[in-house]
Each structure stands twice: as structure tokens, then as C-alpha cells.
Design a protein around this ligand. Structure first.
Ligand code: ACO
Length: 324
């Protein structure tokens, strides 16, 4: 019998402060029309002073534990996907572990920018499948507002803050693809494209975190083709048709990229979880935020098949097939 990782429960946290496109018109030379037409974003959440990636991750983790009917004592690992840690070190994961009172066990951050959650999910899944952990908190959390240049209209209108979490639990799967759990994960990076989307600095170069620099048009082009390739690979690997997918849960960077992936899969947008209009691009947090929203409002039901996919700086990209 094969060991798999099931999603026991989900949770998320969004800062209270809403920043609309009209608010941004007062900050940079932009318009609601441009932002909506090019990205699909209408508003986004921005962390308050004192709110950090760590505090948002902790809140999302608490909610995921609650939804799983578990406590900190049940958890033996924490993996946080983030590009905007509270400090260069220690990791956000150890902050979550310490603050929630989780017993010593594995805890570390994963850095794959917007693909971070898929990387973290795959990493946790492998620990569970190897029998090295039983229940891992997998979190995507970002305070992107802390690394955007608020004078750069090409990026500051896109990024936002928030956190989402899932609890993965080891379980025997006797039913193959019909059984719950993570069926496959597919991770990629192409380091030759790292300059298309990067920060202007870092601890070992400028001594500060730097701000987001993006060649949007180029990234867009690769995003569309990498997403199409990796979802195709995921379907083929599992010998299933796109029609067997109940929900596409994509990274929320741009509605046009999401629509293009759905079209490639011949999936109606009714089967795609979309939050980009209200959340903006929360990088590694966007997928667990979207997942939690659709679970909580009843769209995603137990035993449905989910196709999760993301693309981001690196360039990195990846996908996961999960029966919820
Ligand atoms: N308001 C008004 N005009 C703007 C703005 C703005 N906020 N930003 C740029 N423009 C202008 C540009 O200056 C340009 O003007 P020009 O034609 O006179 O030079 C024009 O709008 C078009 O700019 P493009 O960059 O070509 O616009 P595009 O249609 O490509 O949309 C966008 C830009 C939304 C950034 C898109 O390229 C995109 O979504 N790219 C992919 C982003 C992504 O997926 N990133 C990966 C994940 S993020 C991560 O990993 C951190």
C-alpha cells in the first residue's frame, strides 16, 4: 500500500486594509482601466504596520489547524514558502513553530518566489511519502508590499500581501487516482532566465532586500507556455484527461495567464478558482489563499480532483495533482 499526503484542512489570512486601483491612481501614473485590462486586478490587501509575513503565516496556520481539528501537538514539521521573510534568518518556519508551540522537528523556508507554494507542497509530500514526517504545516506567506518600489507603476499595481496554509497528513492510499492525496508534483526552474524577474539587491550584494524588477512582457510569454507544458505533463503522467479535473487552482498573477491555461485545458472558467481580482499577486500565498477560499465557500468538495499550478521568478514553475 502506498503512503500519500492528504490535505487535512486549509486556512488563510488577509490583512484588513484594502487598496483599490483608485487608491493606486493617487500613488503612480496609472488607471483602473489599465490595471483591470492588463491584469484583472481590482483591489488587493496590504499589511498594516507591525503585520509581517510571520504574523500572517501564524494566523493562517492556526486557521488550518482548526479546520483540520488538530492542535500544534499533532504537527511534526513546518515548511513556509516565502520571498519576504521577517528577517534574513532565522526562517519564518521556525517563528511559526516557536509561536504555535510545535515540538522540535523539521522547520525551514522554501524560496521559489511565486512557485514557492508548489515547491513547499512537493517537499512536504516527499518527506511524508518517505515516512520522515506524519503531519506537516505547509504555508505560503508574503508581504510583497515590503519589496515593491512604490514609484514603479509596472510592478506596484500587481503585488500584495497575505498568507495561506494547509495541513498535510500521511495516509495509506489503496485506491490509486480515486484515493485522496497528492498524486504527483512537477517542479522546474530555468536559471538562465533569472534576470527577467528579480530583486534589485539582497543581503550579500547591496545589504538590503532590494525591490522587485520585472520584465513583464517576457515573463508573461514564458508563463503562458510553461503553464501549458506543465499541466499537460501532469495530466499525461497520471493518465487522466483534463475533463476529469474538477478545479484548476492556479497561481494568481494575471487573469490573462489563468484564462490561457484554462483554454489550453478546454476548461470552463467556472471550474477555475479566481481570486486575483480581489487579492492581486500575493506570490507564494496566492494558491493556498485561493484554495482556502474555495473550500470555505463550498465550491471545492472532498474527493474532487484539483490541478494546482504556478510560475514565478527564477524562472520557476510547477504543478501538482491532488484529490482533495
Ligand atoms: N499603468 C499604466 N500604464 C502602464 C502601467 C501601469 N501600471 N504599467 C506599465 N504601463 C505601460 C507601459 O509603460 C507600456 O507603455 P508603452 O507601450 O508606452 O511602453 C504599456 O503600459 C504596456 O506595457 P507592457 O508591460 O507591455 O504591458 P503588458 O500587457 O505586458 O502587461 C503585465 C503588463 C501585467 C505586467 C504583464 O506583462 C504580466 O502579467 N506579466 C507576467 C507577470 C507574472 O506572471 N509574473 C510571474 C509571477 S510574479 C513572481 O514570481 C514574483
Amino acid at each position: 500500500m502506498a503512503l500519500t499526503s492528504i490535505i487535512k484542512g486549509t486556512g488563510s489570512y488577509l490583512p484588513e486594509k484594502i487598496m483599490t486601483n483608485a487608491d493606486l491612481e493617487k500613488v503612480v501614473d496609472t488607471s483602473d482601466e489599465w490595471i483591470v485590462q492588463r491584469s484583472g486586478i481590482k483591489e488587493r490587501r496590504i499589511a498594516a504596520d507591525g503585520e509581517t509575513t510571520g504574523t500572517m503565516a501564524i494566523e493562517a496556520a492556526k486557521r488550518a489547524l482548526e479546520a483540520s481539528n488538530l492542535t500544534a501537538a499533532d504537527i511534526d514539521g513546518v515548511i513556509v514558502a516565502t520571498t519576504t521573510p521577517d528577517r534574513t534568518f532565522p526562517s519564518v518556519a521556525v517563528k511559526v513553530q516557536g509561536e504555535l508551540g510545535i515540538a522540535p522537528g523539521l522547520a525551514f523556508d522554501v524560496q521559489a518566489v511565486c512557485t514557492g507554494f508548489v515547491y513547499a507542497l512537493a517537499t512536504a509530500d516527499n518527506f511524508i511519502k518517505m515516512g520522515q514526517a506524519k503531519r506537516i504545516l505547509v504555508i505560503g506567506a508574503e508581504k510583497m508590499s515590503s519589496i515593491v518600489d512604490w514609484n514603479d507603476r509596472t510592478t506596484c499595481v500587481l503585488f500584495a500581501d497575505g498568507a495561506g496554509a494547509v495541513v498535510l497528513e500521511a495516509q495509506e492510499n489503496k485506491n490509486g487516482l480515486d484515493g485522496q492525496g497528492i498524486h504527483s508534483t512537477h517542479l522546474y526552474a530555468n536559471g538562465k532566465q533569472r534576470e527577467l524577474l528579480q530583486t534589485s539587491g539582497g543581503p550579500a550584494t547591496t545589504g538590503d532586500a532590494g525591490h522587485v524588477l520585472m520584465q513583464g512582457r517576457e515573463v508573461f510569454k514564458y508563463a503562458v507556455s510553461y503553464m501549458a507544458d506543465v499541466v499537460e505533463e501532469t495530466l499525461q503522467h497520471n493518465s487522466i484527461e483534463a475533463s476529469q479535473i474538477d478545479w484548476l487552482v492556479p497561481h494568481q498573477a494575471n487573469i490573462r495567464i489563468i484564462e490561457s491555461t484554462a483554454k489550453k485545458l478546454d476548461m470552463s472558467m467556472d471550474k477555475v478558482v479566481v481570486t486575483v481580482d480581489r487579492h492581486g499577486n500575493t506570490s507564494a500565498a496566492s494558491i493556498p489563499l485561493a484554495l482556502d477560499e474555495a473550500v470555505k465557500d463550498g465550491r471545492i468538495q472532498r474527493n474532487q480532483m484539483l490541478l494546482i499550478e504556478a510560475m514565478g521568478g527564477g524562472l520557476t514553475w510547477g504543478a501538482a495533482l491532488v484529490r482533495f
